[in-house]
Design a protein. Structure first.
Lengths: 433, 340
């Protein structure tokens, strides 16, 4: 018995409510048909059914909020015996003999007052498609006003009814800015948001991977085009840090051990406090410092792609807490279960190449942030200390920063501060240092 | 740059001012020096130094075997160039203007662009054809047309339009490396323009369009002789608070859809500036591709600024009126941005 349950429309969705049923008991539905509109915390979403069948009973009425997984409707196989009694097909149009039309199309036609029998069908096997109905409805709903394709897309994104928008373009055409104003917010251009959306969405598919790649491409291109980068590097002696880690990890289980990455991220978070001009955003031709320190951490995804979720309030975490938070971020990034804030609120980014990485990395700033700190592989190398040559674990720290927001001097003292912090891991470990 | 520690070596590379003509000549000289198979031929390219002075001095430097004056028959010398290319040479054939290249159209289309296909891949034609295009110098209708679009229509050709001294300097060698025929259009109005060229300037990529000026509000797509006009228009628009992005096509075939569409996706508005005629031309092609690929990014109809559909007039005022001018580009951009 195929059932229709409240779907999970995102990692953070726990409950949803039915805004609208697009089918009635007795309707035949097919795999892929949109059967209901479900409201989540973020948006109203059209929900498809994934099996063929006949709608038997709608169990959850419109407006009721239920947990994910709750049975919403029961379906029965198409060929099973219809229960005795009059057929319950009140919504079925009189011309039901003609080719299949999806419930969505019937609903749309009903909503727009379109007579399905009179709509020219362009779908495969003479099926009337959504586009056909919208086309037939267009002259009525358009009321002589015109809108740009981009404005229509923005209207859909911002949930704005175009009929309520006053156009300011030529001949009263509705443009994107009109829609944005109607939505009550002058939207930022959504380049960064696009990336977030692709990274935060549902399970990976080839298309999504392509889309994610394109989103990264767009963002990185924008960064390289718009952000005048400057780069600084500093070799840091990690002998103290390595000793500290060794001591700290000695009696701990593998899963509890702290890796060098946690110390590095912690050092960056603390250095951001003393260098607020590297922690924030370049917006509207000025630097906008962030109130908190949320350190984005570049995570490579299996199968390609990259997300940079943020360790929220990284400056307030102990080293062990930083490690736990990093582990959690990496695991959840790869499982596609990041929270929206983690994807949107980063104030600076760290990319850490890790044990098998290259020696150093000169990164690309993640706009609108103004700085990206890179760490190469920690490797033992000859190094002079107090006039003697010794073998020490070294790491090359780099800073890629937006020259509009800061100059080389600030970047230089920032890296020096990171270096200084890493020479005293105990001090860094005290929360709220 | 305030922090001297962050100076990039690339940014500090010494540059010098050269004209577009000089950059072309340097490219020819480099090609003749680097590869024995390269030779230049065309009408008046030797003793006269080229109708537009591009090859001045090359005959003296490389001798009559490698810088060859030809009779006044485009059909014959373009055909000879194709033959030389088939025979293993790397000819650079100069045709005085695109108008005259029509006399050689049969050789270009039916042989150069086609032989690789018809020989089952056995006969590539590594020919480079250079020709002047464009108006603006009172040379009247038989010397002033912009027929780049005709060539960009033909599969089997690569069509380039260098608009900067860097591209004038760098496109020739890359074109010679291409195993197939390449047509390079030099806009007549550009020869005397000057620009900064790196001391170590050399071959450049010929695959991609370039964003010559970034902007947020409208994309001006253009190429060749219209690039300076588009940049001037962008500067004028900036004074009004309109941020125009200028995309230089560089390659007219194949077109770099990605760069064009990515720009439109950022600005949501596009004006195509093309000195060719509007009907069935390059501007139509760019417009169609934008509509096909980024329709849902468009916040205003695509606008085109093209030449009037007349033979380019001789009289100065009429010629100016017939060609796209900075004010036309500014007006079109204002219109699509909505501040007209």
């Amino acid at each position: 018995m195929p059932d229709f349950r409240m779907p999970s429309l995102g990692a953070d969705m726990e409950v949803g409510s039915v805004l609208e049923w697009l089918v009635q008991p007795g309707d035949v539905v097919h795999h892929g048909d949109v059967v209901a509109v479900v409201d989540t915390a973020k948006a109203a979403v059209e929900v498809e059914v994934f099996s063929d069948g006949v709608v038997d009973e709608l169990l959850v009425p419109v407006g009721q909020t239920v947990p994910v997984g709750t049975l919403l409707a029961t379906l029965r196989p198409v060929d099973s015996t219809v229960p005795a009694g009059p057929p319950r097909e009140p919504e079925r149009p009189p011309d039901a003999g003609v080719p299949v039309r999806s419930p969505l199309v019937r609903h749309l036609a009903h909503q727009r007052g379109v007579d399905l029998a009179a709509v020219p069908a362009t779908g495969p096997r003479g099926v009337v498609t959504r586009v056909d109905v919208e086309g037939a409805a267009a002259p009525r709903t358009r009321d002589g006003t015109r809108s740009s394709p981009y404005a229509r897309r923005r209207a859909a994104q911002l949930d704005v009814d175009l009929r309520s928008v006053t156009g300011t373009g030529r001949g009263g055409a509705i443009r994107a800015t009109d829609v944005e104003q109607a939505a009550g917010r002058a939207e930022e251009r959504p380049a960064a948001v696009d990336q977030v959306a692709t990274a935060a969405g549902a399970p990976a598919t080839g298309d999504r991977r392509t889309a994610a790649r394109q989103a990264i491409a767009a963002l990185m291109t924008r960064s390289k085009r718009e952000v005048p980068h400057y780069y600084l590097t500093q070799t840091i002696d990690l002998a103290q840090a390595t000793d500290w880690l060794h001591e700290h990890n000695r009696d701990r289980e593998v899963s509890q051990r702290v890796l060098p990455a946690a110390l590095l991220v912690r050092a960056v978070a603390l250095a951001c406090r003393t260098h607020p001009s590297l922690n924030g955003f370049w917006r509207d031709d000025r630097f906008d410092p962030a109130d908190d320190v949320h350190v984005g951490s570049a995570v490579a995804l299996r199968g390609g792609g990259l997300v940079t979720p943020a360790l929220l309030h990284a400056d307030r975490l102990s080293v062990a807490q930083t490690m736990a938070a990093l582990r959690s971020l990496v695991e959840r990034s790869r499982a596609g279960r990041l929270r929206l804030r983690e994807l949107t609120d980063g104030t600076i980014t760290v990319t850490n190449l890790g044990e098998r990485g290259a020696e150093s990395v000169l990164g690309v700033v993640f706009p609108p942030q103004v700085a990206l700190v890179g760490f190469g592989r920690v490797a033992e190398r000859p190094w002079a200390v107090d006039g003697l040559l010794g073998v020490r674990p070294l790491v090359t720290a780099s800073l890629a920063a937006d020259h509009r927001a800061t100059d080389g001097h600030v970047g230089s003292t920032f890296l020096a501060e990171v270096d200084r912090l890493l020479q005293d891991p105990d001090a860094m470990d005290r929360t709220g240092t | 740059m305030t922090g001297s520690t962050v100076e990039q070596p690339a940014a500090a590379a010494p540059t010098r001012t050269v004209t577009y003509r000089e950059a072309l000549r340097e490219a020819l000289r480099e090609a003749l020096q680097r590869d024995d198979r390269v030779f230049l031929m065309g009408e008046d390219v030797g003793r006269y130094g080229g109708c537009f002075g591009v090859s001045l001095g090359l005959l003296e430097e490389f001798g009559p075997e490698r810088v060859r004056d030809t009779p006044l028959s485009e059909l014959a010398f373009v055909g000879a160039g194709i033959g030389a290319a088939l025979g293993g040479m790397r000819p650079v054939v100069e045709v005085m203007t695109v108008n005259f290249s029509l006399l050689a159209m049969d050789q270009i289309l039916n042989n150069a662009a086609t032989l690789l296909h018809m020989s089952g891949g056995q006969l590539p034609v590594p020919l480079v054809l250079r020709m002047t295009t464009g108006a603006g110098r009172q040379l009247a209708a038989q010397h002033s047309h912009s027929l780049e679009g005709w060539y960009a229509h033909i599969p089997g050709l690569r069509v380039l339009a260098p608009a900067t001294v860097e591209d004038a300097r760098g496109m020739l060698w890359t074109a010679l490396e291409d195993p197939d025929p390449v047509v390079i259009f030099e806009h007549g109005g550009l020869y005397n323009t000057a620009g900064e060229l790196d001391e170590d300037a050399g071959p450049v990529d010929i695959q991609h369009a370039a964003v010559r000026r970034p902007g947020r509000d409208v994309t001006l797509v253009t190429y060749g002789g219209s690039l300076p006009k588009a940049l001037e228009a962008a500067a004028a628009l900036a004074a009004d608070g309109i941020s125009a992005e200028v995309v230089d096509l560089r390659s007219l075939r194949p077109l770099d859809d990605e760069t064009i569409c990515a720009s439109v996706a950022r600005t949501h508005r596009v004006v195509v500036v093309d000195e060719g005629w509007r009907s069935v031309g390059l501007s139509a092609e760019v417009s169609a591709r934008v509509c096909e690929q980024v329709f849902y990014e468009l916040d205003a109809p695509v606008r085109r600024v093209c030449s009037a559909e007349v033979p380019i007039p001789y009289a100065k005022q009429l010629e100016e009126a017939a060609l796209p001018q900075v004010a036309d580009v500014v007006a079109a951009a204002r219109e699509v941005v909505g501040s007209a």
